[in-house]
Design a protein around this ligand. Structure first.
Ligand code: PLP
Length: 349
């Protein structure tokens, strides 16, 4: 059996999801007539503490629609240089929306320095592109799934209000932050204008994300979604899985967090593995290898023994726990990684 730790996106729909999908009531969502989609969007808006929500095909489409609905062509979006939007969304908001990315450094705790955000907002002048949006991410993927604290969000919200800018949250894994800290998702979302969260990561639905915000804003998101070709029809068949995800799969994320700590503890104890356990706050484990040990060779060795890990580049490796991964899988993965690192170290000696 393969132990797939590449991402929580590899999760398969649960039996309850398949059952709900088969039984879903549907209608034409293009006309707002799919009752299952409408129910999911209402549930999502309530959970996020916002007026409305729009169901989209993916986290990438959610972030892109969200950015297009906030800004006009030529405006600047203030983004962390380690953000998912910058690294893994094919440059969509720039290529398709004409938005200008103003990158600021991402600190290892997933925050962007407040003075860097403030410094990225250019004065009003004919020759300066004007800021239209600040983006945050929580949990922070490339920082190892760390939880960006609520009080930091409050500080950014204060800055944004003072500079009259909206804040968008890429909350693909916001429920992981909520479950890990025992705080409701609204602790964070009350400080942002819009939020995107994914149903298809740890929550295990096969498809889908939602963008939530004020009613008139969500109407603009819906228009952007349509423009991107993401308007859907009898899509209650997938929204039904999303409803199961929101009602049955949130609390169990705690299990993924326990397993991530188990995995991280085992990996950190291996000679040749470098891992800061303080960064393991949710379901993502990022680590490096001692100098001279090749990460590509390491992950290839692990793969041959049935353990899939992502090589993030720059020597960083990532393992993610999820619905399909048990504590035993984590123990077995540590054994395999132990053999892989020992073999690679012997070769490099
Ligand atoms: C933080 C973050 N945002 C957005 C996304 C995009 O989601 P999708 O793969 O559904 O487009 C991901 C996917 O892993 C993510 O980790």
């Amino acid at each position: 059996m393969v132990i797939d730790l590449r991402s929580d996106t590899v999760t398969r729909p649960s039996p309850a999801m398949r059952e709900a999908m088969a039984r879903a009531e549907v209608g034409d969502d293009g006309w707002g007539e799919d009752p299952t989609v409408n129910r999911l969007e209402q549930m999502a808006a309530e959970r996020m503490g916002k007026e409305a929500a729009c169901f989209v095909a993916s986290g990438t489409m959610g972030n892109l629609s969200a950015l297009l609905a906030h800004c006009v062509r030529g405006q600047e979006v203030i983004l962390g240089d380690e953000s998912h939007i910058v690294h893994y969304e094919a440059g969509g908001s720039s290529a398709l929306g004409g938005l200008v990315w103003h990158l600021v450094p991402t600190l290892s705790d997933g925050t962007l320095p407040l003075d860097a955000i403030e410094g990225a907002i250019r004065p009003l002048a004919d020759w300066y592109a004007q800021a239209g949006l600040i983006c945050l991410e929580n949990t922070h993927n490339r920082c190892g799934g760390v939880i960006v604290p609520v009080d930091y969000f409050a500080q950014v919200a204060e800055l944004a209000a003072r500079r009259r800018l909206p804040v968008h949250l890429d909350g693909a894994r916001l429920f992981n932050a909520a479950v890990a800290t025992g705080q409701p998702v609204t602790a964070w979302t009350r400080h942002v204008s819009s939020v995107q969260f994914c149903l298809s990561k740890g929550l295990s639905a096969p498809v889908g994300s939602l963008v939530a915000g004020q009613k008139d804003y969500v109407a603009r998101v819906r228009r952007a979604r349509r423009m991107l070709g993401g308007g859907m029809r009898q899509v209650g068949v997938i929204a039904a899985a999303g409803i199961v995800a929101l009602t049955e799969m949130v609390d169990r994320l705690a299990e993924d967090h326990v397993n991530a700590r188990l995995l991280a503890g085992g990996l950190a104890a291996l000679p040749g593995v470098q891992l800061d356990l303080a960064t393991v706050q949710t379901n993502i484990v990022v680590f490096t290898l001692a100098p001279g040990i090749d990460s590509t060779e390491f992950s290839a060795h692990a793969k041959r023994e049935g353990v899939l890990i992502v090589d993030m580049g720059g020597g960083r490796l990532r393992a993610v726990t999820h619905f399909g991964i048990s504590a035993d899988d984590c123990r077995r993965a540590v054994e395999v990684c132990g053999r892989a690192v020992a073999t690679c170290a012997a070769r490099s000696a």
